[in-house]
Each structure stands twice: as structure tokens, then as C-alpha cells.
Design a protein around this ligand. Structure first.
Ligand SMILES: *Cc1c(COP(=O)(O)O)cnc(C)c1O
Length: 384
């Protein structure tokens, strides 16, 4: 089969299923239009105020307008929207604060991002990472203060890949001020919820740098944004950008992000509010439906539900085989136990009791195809 055929098949396939992966979202037709535009093979790079390329008159306007809109959306003084991914945004942010070459971050076992530990960014950027003390997915604040006061890292990086609750940022800010530590917030999973004011609405206020992916709960194509209110930090961020962590920044992707930011300015509040409401309703239904949620995560405040692996085991599944079983039934979830409501919310689905019944039915090997096909028939993309 030709690659073009495979792409067409992929499109048809992913348009005929319900996606509940916590780290993905649907692009609007306008974002897709931007991504397939002529910009996809062009350069535009301003260095000290001058563009070193020609033919860039419209791209320069898109560039300026996008950064202005991002600052408006997040109420930040400075923004850098060129990083090619959340990971690159993390890399630039860390490069901009490293001094003693030590950071604190949330361990992977407690839902933290694997990039910060175990020979990943710590190895290639040459820093030591110290775990933030946790209880499950929640921070142990007294423990955090103890470790921060003895280790005195350059920065504490908050944010999780398994992310269900906001942090007491005021308290962490006080700890950071006391020991001269920078506070970085990796909002990769929750950037769209923060933009819409439905989760951790003090993130920009208390963080020195807020950064994250543009495609999980945010409406953009895959990419990363960095924001700060500190002009010295912003200078460092800019120093670590062109020719260090990227050269071209994929202009069609950037244009897609520009449209996504406009969509967020218009619809972000309504969208993010509905995502959080849907998650809460789904969590309540699933907790009632025979304990399908990991105990202690019923109070989720984000787009994420964490499945209870013990429940699955008593029904003959693990995270991987349950995901495979769901996929056969046209619902896509990841293979580490997370379920996300952001994409179905964008598709205007709010029947969370029914979704909960479907999960319950599939875990009990019932045929739920009528219920699932009914939902798929009703899906229609909102907020664009
Ligand atoms: C997804 C994720 C990243 C990496 O983002 P990419 O855009 O895939 O590079 C970084 N940090 C956290 C917490 C994440 O969940």
C-alpha cells in the first residue's frame, strides 16, 4: 500500500473512533488549513530585529500577533512560542536557570515527567535531579521544604504527566523565595485548562517560568510555549533559543498554533470549564460503577481519570490489555491507565454516565457497540 493510502486510512480510522487519550486533542479545520499552507517549507528568522530571510512580510505579522495573543491569554509579560515541543520548551527553560546544576522535580512513579530523571535531560544538560517528596500523586509540602532547604536547587519544577490536583503554589513560592530557588511550572498536560481559567489559575502569578505542550489540552498542533514575567529570565530564554535548541521553528506548525490561540481566546473558558465538569462527572460515575478509578484520585480536577489497575486485574485485564480491548470497541485510551476527557468535550459529548457504563461494560466483556456507535454518530467539533 502506498504511504498516501496509509495516511488516508489513518484519517478515516481515527475519525471513526472515540479518542480518550489524555495527551491528545483534535485540531480544528482552520488549524489544519494553516498546517498544510505554503508556510510549511519557508524560513523566517529575526536576529537582532532583522530578518535574515526574504518573503516574510506576512509571517512576521503572524509571529507578532501570535505572541501578543499568547500574552493576553495567559496574562504574561513575555512569551516564546517557537519551541518545537513541550520537551524542547522544558530544555530551554532549564538551560535558562541552571547555575549550581541541580533541580528538584516530581518522580515518574508519582506521575512526574520521565525527561527530568534517569539519564535524560539531566544527562544531556548536565544537572543533578532530586525528587520532590510525594504522597501518591500529591506533594508532601513539609517534605518539600525540608529537601529544598538542604539541597538548595536552582529550581523546583512542578507539573505532572499523571496530573489530577492543583498545587498550593503560594506555599511553594514562599519556600522558593526563602532559599532563592526558581519556580518552574511544566503545564504540558494542563495548558488548555490554565488558558481557560479552569485549573490552577495562579500558575502565571507564582511561577518564574510557565511552559508546556500546545497539543494536549490546548488546541494547537504539537509544539511548546514558554512564558515569564521576568525580563532577565526572558533574555536567557531567548539566548537559549535560535541556534541552540532550534533553527527553523516549522512555520506552518507555528501558524496552526496562531489559530489555536485565537480559538482559545474566544472559547477557552467555556471549553476548559466543560472539560473539568465532564471529568468530575465521569469520575463520580466510574467510582460508583464498581471502583473503576484508582482510589485516592476520585477528586480529580483536570482532564484526567486514572483507572484502577486492581479493578482491571479482577476482570482479567491490565492497562495494556484493557486498552487493546477498548480499541477493539472503538475507544482509544493509552496503555498506562490514564483517560482524558478533553477531546470528547471538544466533540460536544457530555453523557458521562453512559461513557462510564461503556467502560464498565467492556471490562465485563459485554458488547457495547450500539451505545458507542450512537455517541460516534453525534460527535461534532466545537470551539472553532
Ligand atoms: C508531554 C509532556 C512533556 C513533553 O511534551 P512534548 O510536547 O511531547 O515534547 C513534558 N512534560 C510533561 C509533564 C508532559 O506531560
Amino acid at each position: 500500500m502506498s504511504v498516501l493510502d496509509l495516511i488516508m486510512r489513518h484519517n478515516a480510522y481515527r475519525n471513526s473512533v472515540i479518542n480518550m487519550q489524555a495527551s491528545e486533542n483534535m485540531l480544528s479545520p482552520n488549524v489544519k488549513l494553516a498546517m498544510s499552507s505554503d508556510l510549511g517549507s519557508r524560513y523566517s528568522l529575526e536576529i537582532n530585529g532583522d530578518n535574515i530571510y526574504g518573503g516574510t512580510r506576512y509571517m512576521e505579522e503572524i509571529y507578532t500577533e501570535t505572541h501578543e495573543n499568547i500574552k493576553k491569554l495567559f496574562k504574561s509579560e513575555y512569551a516564546e512560542a517557537r519551541p518545537l515541543s513541550g520537551h524542547i520548551a522544558a530544555e530551554i527553560s532549564i538551560l535558562s536557570i541552571l547555575n549550581k546544576r541541580k533541580i528538584m522535580a516530581i518522580p515518574e512513579d508519582n506521575g512526574g515527567y520521565p525527561g527530568y530523571f534517569g539519564g535524560n535531560l539531566d544527562r544531556i544538560l548536565n544537572f543533578k535531579s532530586v525528587p520532590v517528596p510525594m504522597e501518591g500523586y500529591k506533594i508532601n509540602y513539609d517534605g518539600l521544604e525540608n529537601v529544598a532547604s538542604s539541597e538548595k536547587p536552582d529550581a523546583i519544577i512542578l507539573g505532572q504527566s499523571v496530573f489530577i490536583r492543583h498545587y498550593d503554589l503560594k506555599r511553594i513560592r514562599e519556600i522558593c523565595d526563602k532559599y532563592e530557588i526558581k519556580l518552574l511550572y511544566d503545564a504540558s498536560h494542563v495548558l488548555g485548562l490554565i488558558a481557560g481559567g479552569a485549573f490552577q489559575d495562579d500558575a502565571m502569578k507564582y511561577s518564574d517560568i510557565l511552559y508546556g505542550s500546545t497539543h494536549k489540552t490546548f488546541f494547537g498542533p504539537q509544539g511548546g510555549i514558554i512564558m515569564t514575567n521576568d525580563n532577565k529570565l526572558f533574555d536567557k530564554i531567548e539566548e537559549n533559543s535560535i541556534f541552540k535548541t532550534f533553527d527553523n521553528f516549522n512555520l506552518s506548525r507555528f501558524a496552526g498554533l496562531s489559530i489555536a490561540v485565537e480559538e482559545m481566546l474566544k472559547f477557552g473558558q467555556e471549553y476548559a470549564g466543560n472539560v473539568v465538569k465532564n471529568t468530575r462527572n465521569l469520575a463520580h460515575s466510574m467510582a460508583k460503577n464498581g471502583n473503576m478509578i484508582q482510589p485516592g484520585t476520585e477528586d480529580t480536577e483536570t482532564h484526567q481519570i486514572i483507572l484502577n489497575e486492581n479493578y482491571l486485574k479482577t476482570h482479567g485485564f491490565n492497562f495494556i490489555t484493557f486498552s487493546e480491548e477498548m480499541e477493539k470497541s472503538k475507544i482509544i485510551i493509552d496503555r498506562v491507565g490514564r483517560v482524558g476527557t478533553q477531546e470528547i468535550t471538544r466533540y460536544n459529548i457530555s453523557c458521562m454516565d453512559l461513557i462510564s457504563d461503556i467502560f464498565y461494560g467492556i471490562s465485563n466483556k459485554l458488547n457495547m457497540s450500539n451505545e458507542i456507535n450512537n455517541i460516534i454518530d453525534k460527535m461534532s467539533l466545537k470551539y472553532w
